[in-house]
Design a protein around this ligand. Structure first.
Ligand SMILES: Nc1ncnc2c1ncn2[C@@H]1O[C@H](COP(=O)(O)OP(=O)(O)O)[C@@H](O)[C@H]1O
Ligand SMILES: [Mg+2]
Length: 428
């Protein structure tokens, strides 16, 4: 591709085959710090040295300087190619002195520049859209059209980004084959695929990387990424997978070791219980409510099938002591029996929309679940909305989530405005 001598050791292995990839559409996505931007900046420099003209874009012009512009300058230095380029900071361009090939930069919000941008010599051959999820499909289509004009090079549009939600236009436009390949055992003719890792058909090539593919990270960087364990953020930023909006009911939750990261002192404790016996378990939760910081800490759960009432009573006394336990109201006899055995069981007052209302209320809080509560972690990860309207969650594995709604039910009802006694008002 170029007479320029490249030391491949400076490029993460996973990206090396893509130095010369000629697909019209190329997508580099995945977790943060996986080396995408560094690689594409390096490739842009090598491409310019081989005669290509590269336009680097982001949605917002002012974000270019601190990101792509600096990455490209760093790549020039890493490649020891500074002597080969003329750098103009004022119009943000790098020009190969010998050939006039250029790397140009523009923000999509700088409409005039985007419209008029043309390289000094030859046609634009490459557009690299960094953080492409910021751009609309229309932005992309307009840019795609900019790759006109005769050129000895294959024209390419490269998108780099962290995935967002599966309803994003990029997923819909480019990931049909990728998603299919994850399910079908044999790829279609002309398709090369490593499920979850890479995909290529005639039109598009896709590479998914994570921080594990980046051997230039420090141990501290690695640890920080591994510790990021909230549901959505873990999926998208650490694992680099597309999230599922309109699907997962709870997205703002994470697991934590609450012995190491204890909740603040003095929070109120709530207990909730969902009844079950044969097919469904009895499920109980203990949670702490931090209203001020809008957090719920789940510090303990139990989830057991086949308990008869006296056994359940013993388990609850050990779990909750003499504290109030708010229970599924569908079974008043069970509640009465638990009370007769010394458990302060009370029925949740389920209103007509209590399920969705309770969920919406919980969604207003960040839920932090102790690592030991594996059953609840599983439930939260899998709890999804059903298709259609009105919105209803898919029933099934939701016993502890129900128990959590019951536990905090007293907090969900708008409090009736109570008239304070005159003496109280005066006394304040
Ligand atoms: N080829 C490389 N040479 C040196 N450092 C690299 C290289 N690739 C990645 N890095 C380091 O890893 C960090 C994260 O890489 P980056 O390309 O910004 O990841 P991403 O764009 O996937 O989030 C960079 O800031 C840089 O320190
Ligand atoms: Mg990046």
């Amino acid at each position: 591709m170029t007479a320029f001598n490249v030391d491949l050791r400076g490029i993460n292995e996973v990206y090396r085959p893509y130095l010369t990839d000629e697909h019209r559409y190329q997508l580099y996505f995945g977790g943060s710090s996986s080396g995408k931007s560094c690689f594409l900046a390096t490739r842009a420099v090598l491409d310019a040295l081989s005669g290509r003209n590269v336009l680097v874009v982001r949605k917002v012009q002012r974000t270019l300087h601190a990101s792509c512009w600096n990455e490209v300058l760093k790549a020039v230095r890493r490649l020891k190619a500074a002597g080969l380029f003329r750098v103009s900071r004022s119009d943000m361009s790098l020009t190969v002195a010998r050939t006039g090939a250029q790397i140009l930069f523009a923000g999509l919000d700088d409409v005039e520049k985007i419209k008029s941008i043309t390289p000094q010599a030859g046609a634009l051959t490459d557009i690299w859209i960094e953080e492409a999820t910021e751009c609309s499909r229309d932005d992309f289509k307009q840019l795609d059209k900019r790759l006109r004009g005769p050129s000895p090079f294959k024209k390419r549009v490269t998108l780099s980004f962290n995935p967002t939600w599966k309803d994003h236009w990029i997923f819909r436009e480019f990931f049909g084959g990728w998603a299919e390949a994850g399910q079908a055992p044999d790829p279609a003719p002309g398709v090369r695929v490593t499920p979850g890792r890479s995909y290529a058909d005639r039109r598009v090539s896709i590479l998914r990387t994570t921080y594990r593919d980046n051997r230039f990270l420090t141990e501290d960087d690695r640890q920080a990424l591994e510790e990021e364990n909230s549901g959505y953020y873990h999926t998208v930023y650490t694992l680099g997978q597309w999230g599922m909006r309109g699907d997962a009911v709870f997205t703002d939750w994470r697991s934590a070791d609450l012995k190491v990261e204890p909740p603040p002192e003095g929070l109120r404790v709530f207990y909730g219980l969902d009844f079950g016996f044969g097919h469904d378990p009895c499920a109980a939760v203990r949670c702490l409510l931090d209203k001020r910081n809008r957090r719920i800490y789940v510090t303990g759960t139990f989830c057991e099938k086949g308990l008869v009432v006296w056994q359940l009573a013993e388990r609850l006394k050990a779990f909750a002591g003499r504290a109030k336990v708010t229970c599924d109201s569908a079974d008043p006899r069970c509640i009465a029996e638990l009370r007769s055995q010394g458990v302060l069981a009370v029925a949740a007052r389920k209103g007509p929309d209590s399920l969705v209302h309770g969920i919406q209320w919980l969604q207003g809080y960040r839920i932090i679940v102790d690592r030991g509560c594996a059953d609840l972690i599983r439930e939260l990860s899998a709890y999804c909305w059903k298709e259609g309207s009105p919105p209803q969650p898919r029933p099934g594995d939701d016993h502890l989530i129900d128990a959590m709604r019951y536990a905090l039910e007293s907090e969900q009802r708008p409090r009736k405005a109570t008239l304070r006694k005159k003496s109280e008002v005066i006394g304040r």
